[in-house]
Design a protein around this ligand. Sequence first.
Ligand code: F6P
Length: 373
Amino acid sequence: MSAPIATIRRIAITTGGGDAPGLNAVIQAVTRAALQRGWACLGIRDGYDGLLRPERYRPGDGCIALTAERVEGIASLGGTLLGSTNQGNPFAYPVCQADGSTVLADRSQDLLDALAREQVDALVAVGGDGSLAIAHRLAQRGLRVVGVPKTIDNDLDGTVTTFGFDTAVAFASECIDRLHTTAASHHRIIAVEVMGRYAGWIALHAGLAGGAHAILLPELPFDLARVAELVRQRDAQGLSHSIVVVAEGAHPRGGERTLSGPAEAGHAERLGGMGEQVSQALARLTGKDARCVVLGHLLRGGSPSAFDRVAALRFGAAAVRALAAGQHDVMVALDGNDVRPVSLADVAGRMKAVPLDGDTLATARDLGLCLGA
Ligand code: F6P
């Protein structure tokens, strides 16, 4: 984890995988903290594409010099100044063949060579599980790397939370608030599908905050007969609408997850469609009118919440402090009230699911919410 403190003159930063509110705040913090130490800071466009596919950019524009002026005022902006991709793993990089097919090639050495040509002494890699696993492999190849945990899904191990999650949950719960009134007016069931991949953090937190009546999580395979029973009980009490939050990775007991599209080369499978299935099945089981609303990428957009801005700024500054202290192959993580480095080897590729014995799930049960299990 610690290396002899070598002189750093120039660092690079990359943002990879699905974007999350707070990425620009990390870029601002890394840039400012680097400049304060007299280091230059280079932003790599679109994951590592700016270095691996420079021909896609205007000459010299695959990387951009991050100056104080360039990062001024960006902490409140959603998205990422640098762009991102989830098809840019340098160890399995999609390469087009003459016949139009795509093969995955190991281009990690090309990346290390390009970083050396750019005189980059260390890298800050901002990303989710996939990007941090890549960062760890690059560190094993000798690059000085510090990871920053990003994802709206909050499914990264080793950190209390990731930035992006709070903004996604706030927006989802506002949407659920709005759906209550229209569902109540029409005496309907509304299924609200939210992102989160194989973890139910967004569904659980947004469902609780938004006063949902049922929440279906990937961690608890569901039986829709239980949700239909809840709907009937509510009807019997004169409560004629029900809101069911469905995590995109949720699935029935003994059933499969739903995929929204075919897997492409170098791309993780795309989840989606379970909300519609739940809505149609509940309409059949209860005889009620039902609708589905998919929040999808809306959860990734917009301005980061104050919590996410501060978390992202803290993570970015901590990443630079870690490099200055000679640490590498680490991820900066929220641990209690402090941000500390943890070994990338211990966290890369490890998913953090909603704990079945945790107090948030116990809260949902104590409030009488239906978890379909
Ligand atoms: O990991 C973040 C996330 O938004 C997931 O919640 C979702 O399944 C996935 O990314 C969607 O990715 P894409 O950008 O490929 O649609």
